[in-house]
Ligand binder design. Structure first.
Ligand SMILES: [Ca+2]
Length: 61
């Protein structure tokens, strides 16, 4: 009966990133990994990322 540590680790892993921050706070990193767009542009009906990932279903959930 172990506690759900994987949940904690998962949450911490998403916050304590080992990668350098590519985007400023309030920006969304496109799935291409290099393009940052404002969160205000997320799911606004117009693709702002080169790969349209700001309008993808997982970004707009
Ligand atoms: Ca957009």
């Amino acid at each position: 009966m172990s506690p759900p540590l994987f949940l904690v680790l998962c949450l911490c892993g998403s916050i304590d990133s080992s990668e350098p921050p590519l985007c400023d706070v309030g920006e969304f990193l496109c799935h291409d990994g290099v393009t940052c767009v404002s969160w205000h542009w997320l799911c606004d009906g117009e693709p702002d990322c080169p790969d349209d990932s700001d309008e993808s279903s997982d970004a707009c959930k």
